[in-house]
Design a protein around this ligand. Sequence first.
Ligand code: ATP
Ligand code: MG
Ligand code: MG
Ligand code: MG
Length: 470
Amino acid sequence: KQIGLHEIRKEFLDFFKEKEHLIAPSFSLIPKNDKSLLLIGAGMAPLKKYFTGELTPPKKRMATCQKCIRTGDIENVGKTSRHATFFEMLGNFSFGDYFKKEAIQWAWEFLTERMELSKEDLWISVYKEDDEAYEIWNKDIGVPADRIVRLGKADNFWELEVGPSGPCSEIHIDRGPKYGCGSENCKPGCDCDRYLEIWNLVFTQFDKDEKGIYHPLDHPNIDTGMGLERIATVLEGADNIFETREFQRIIKEVEKLSEYKYGTDENKDVSVRVITDHVRAMTFLVSDGILPSNEGRGYVLRRLVRRAARHGKILGIQEGFLSKVVNVVIESWKVEYEDLDAKREQIKKIIKAEEDKFQETIDQGITILESYILDLKNKGKDILNGEKAFKLYDTYGFPLDLTKEILEERSLKLDEKEFNLKMEEQRNRARKARDDGDSGWGENNYKDLFNGLNCIFKGYETTKLTSNIT
Ligand code: ATP
Ligand code: MG
Ligand code: MG
Ligand code: MG
């Protein structure tokens, strides 16, 4: 079926509206009243309290298209075909209403009837002990046994640090041997790009407490998540999520700014995809009220800006360019997220200021690194100690990969073990700061930042949803 991001998003929400779900707009990327999370990384995260029964949902069936950030995937971006740091997750949820049978049936109906995916290309994974889910797929839906795999806890059991959790079942699409690793054991769950995981159906039947103990919930729930960009990739027959239609505009803009032609050098293609991803992520982070800082969410943003700026350098872009790419991102996503358009100038200004600052950082960092290198050479050494690299990184904001790259060019090495040790200490400090409720940027900054602007997402005004959640 020839449809893109916008249409898929709409068809998904319409489909679940027909199945009597309440459709809610995406929640902010900033979790509300939830210290266990830095950023929202799944559709269920802002609804956690409905699953545990702590709050009563406005309706027992809901569906959303949720903005997500997964910093854990940052290193994968541009390298795998399927990972972004920012993405949108489509999800349908049952708070003690329907369970496995309906969730599985509707997912199948949506993919094979609405999206017209071929049944033969779909593979299913279930948690190894979940015979119930296996039977539904095999007997009720008719998926042959050789296309259902049983996987362990790492792949098919869903949980956050605390809160609702349970076994899950994933739907994968076989994109053909061309994307495969060639291994005999290559099947869903393999890390290569052949079996693309598109939809995860989580059967939330436990509540996990701080000690890691699973308490069965009075009524089991359904929590599903499908990556919007991934299903679009499949429907458009694109190679990776950044080559789908809506992303093409961004790639074109980066091509224009860098005079590099996408598709001519694999390493530079990675840089183009990283820039594409990171600019989209930073645009949404700033629009939700986050400002660059050295801690918590602000640090996530800072890191994205720096990584993107640096990849711009790899492509030979001399001047600051990120705010130009921001414009293109907003053009593509303002249809669903009107607030992006309203906050356009602020978003650009904040990102530009951070990028400018980083340009200075780079120059300053290179000077300092050169002095370290001179020192090494004078002493006849070839390994830079981790403490110095960490100082460059932590105090001067100079990225580690840049340090490594420059050292490599001079045939020098880095004591990464010591660096990681310093990094871990820093993380612990940040974690502590977060637990103390001192994460830097919160609601107040948000208000100041966009003062006087009419920038509240309209969907929130129409339901009691947000007030229920706060
Ligand atoms: P993967 O194994 O590919 O890393 P996952 O198992 O970590 O995915 P889930 O936590 O099950 O992903 O999230 C539900 C869905 O969200 C996935 O099936 C996928 O479609 C989508 N998704 C997850 N992570 C990303 C990401 N980094 N970028 C884009 N989409 C994602
Ligand atoms: Mg993952
Ligand atoms: Mg997975
Ligand atoms: Mg999964």
